[in-house]
Write a protein that binds this ligand. Structure first.
Ligand code: FES
Length: 99
């Protein structure tokens, strides 16, 4: 098991999970039984697995080309990221949609 683990606080569930730096957030949520909407299975194609970054934006991975194509260049307004493309290097708080 990788030695560096970071905490994700998940709203509105008020649940905390731990994640390493090589697992994407969608996968980490899935392992805890939290399933976000998706039809592409985590390949940055459907744009449905959005989460909102509430705290810790300094610890999130940079947005890459495919994700930017789906979400646009508006993170500074929406605070939304695709969880399947999101990796973290520190503790964060996210909000997931009510499905
Ligand atoms: S699961 Fe489809 S874009 Fe993330």
């Amino acid at each position: 098991m990788p030695d560096k683990l970071h905490k994700i606080k998940i709203l509105p569930l008020n649940k905390e999970i731990w994640i390493d730096e090589i697992t994407d957030v969608r996968e980490a949520l899935l392992k805890e039984g939290i399933k976000l909407k998706s039809i592409c299975g985590g390949y940055s194609q459907c744009g449905m697995c959005k989460v909102k970054i509430i705290e810790g934006k300094e610890f999130i991975s940079e947005i890459k080309f495919l994700e930017k194509g789906l979400l646009g260049n508006v993170f500074h307004i929406t605070k939304e990221r695709l969880s399947c493309q999101l990796y973290i290097k520190g503790d964060i708080t996210i909000e997931i949609p009510n499905n």
